[in-house]
Design a protein around this ligand. Sequence first.
Ligand code: NAI
Ligand code: MG
Length: 487
Amino acid sequence: MTDVAKRGGAPVPAGWTYAPAPESTDIVRLQERYGLYVGGEWLETKEHFTTVAPRDESPLAEVAQASAKDVKNAVAVARDASAGWAALPGSERAKYLFRIARILAERSREFAVLESLNGGKPIKESRDVDLPLAAAHFFYYAGWADKLEYAFPNRTPKPLGVAGQIIPWNFPLLMLAWKIAPALAAGNTVVLKPAETTPLTALLFCDVVRQAELPPGVVNIVTGDGRTGAALVDADVDKIAFTGSTEVGKAIQRRLAGTGKKLTLELGGKAANIVFDDCALDQAVEGIVNGIYFNQGHVCCAGSRLFVQESIYEPVVDKLKKRMATLRVGDPLDKNTDVGAINSRMQLEKIEELVAAGKDEGAEIYQPPCVLPERGYWFAPTVFTNVAQSYRIAQEEIFGPVLSVLTFRTPEEAVEKANNTPYGLSAGVWTEKGSRILWMAERLRAGVVWANTFNRFDPTSPFGGYKESGFGREGGLHGMEPYVELT
Ligand code: NAI
Ligand code: MG
């Protein structure tokens, strides 16, 4: 952070002055305090905690810390609702999902503002990515609800019962949609726990559930920290779907071993973004920037390891640094902002620790001159060059706006280096040759391989990992499978 000056007020990237374009927050009406949404009602709890806005640490609301008993109760309520929900014709369940999708689209501005307020991501992203995709997931899975027998030919799909779902803070509403939409389409009821730093859009979603007149108990939201998540894992659920850290994912897997509960895990990543010397250079630089600075790098599939073919190393790094200098870092609610606030103090400290390790180990750091606000959690877009494979910044998931640049000479070497990681969630390839794209995609051990693009999502496309990035797929027809029993 030493390279970055601090000053009060709205941040202005050096060299460019943009008039502030703040999105109004008037559209969001928050309650002072939230309970748990269980059986279509708000239940009180003993303990609460405060959720804040990462852009200035201002408190937004008090949120319930659900105890193991609260969680058990929510699961029992979901269990009671499950027979009725499963018995509905698929076309009826589809109507509710279509309704939810439509309401999300109608209320998207309200949700986008709240997502940026509570999570710190730029409004441009919550408005143009998170919200449209969340609605699209409900639309997409609504379409499967009455076609399950065609989805799994010659098999009989049956719902599992109650799904326990635990989600992270980087795409709060979108991860909720990824989890809830297929579960409901297949005829399950759910108890979902949002992350402790970003519970507010999940709580606002309860109002969408009410508006859609979903039968009580089909969707239940319990808030709280890791203890609440652990209680949900231990509760009487038929399946756990988890997205978050590899560490917690492993703990959940150990906990569920031998219980017969189904499990899907979507964990961390350390994606290789591989740039060949025959690529369209300017597009590749855009893809590199999108790959790592999108959502402040709080992205499990972020292109955090850049592999550049040696012959074009200098122009790529040069263009990248120039492009980084134009990134506008600051208020997430400003429509011009490209890079918003870091989600939490804890995450900021983790990023700072890993960046310090990168400097100590001998990598060369570059941060464009930019002015960060005084209050809140901020980290300037960062790139490291002179990185060795063994450095922590090349091995560990940083989950922040920090890129490590490495080089390669041949496609074989690129594959070997890219696969030299315990993770395997995503990868990117930039080249003009279609044959090379296919050659690389065959060899990269990653669930998703993007070619001449990065971080592109669609509800019809399955997403998930290899190795320590987890197992099971979300999205597409593959995403239905973890929510049905096939006989
Ligand atoms: P985390 O894995 O602790 O949190 C994710 C979710 O799991 C939250 O809802 C949390 O309350 C819940 N949880 C925590 N402990 C649990 C337990 N024992 N049993 C059940 N649920 C539990 O992740 P955290 O601590 O927020 O972030 C740490 C690191 O994990 C990040 O720096 C990042 O590297 C990685 N991460 C990866 C994500 C991804 O999408 N792949 C998402 C979030 C974090
Ligand atoms: Mg944790």
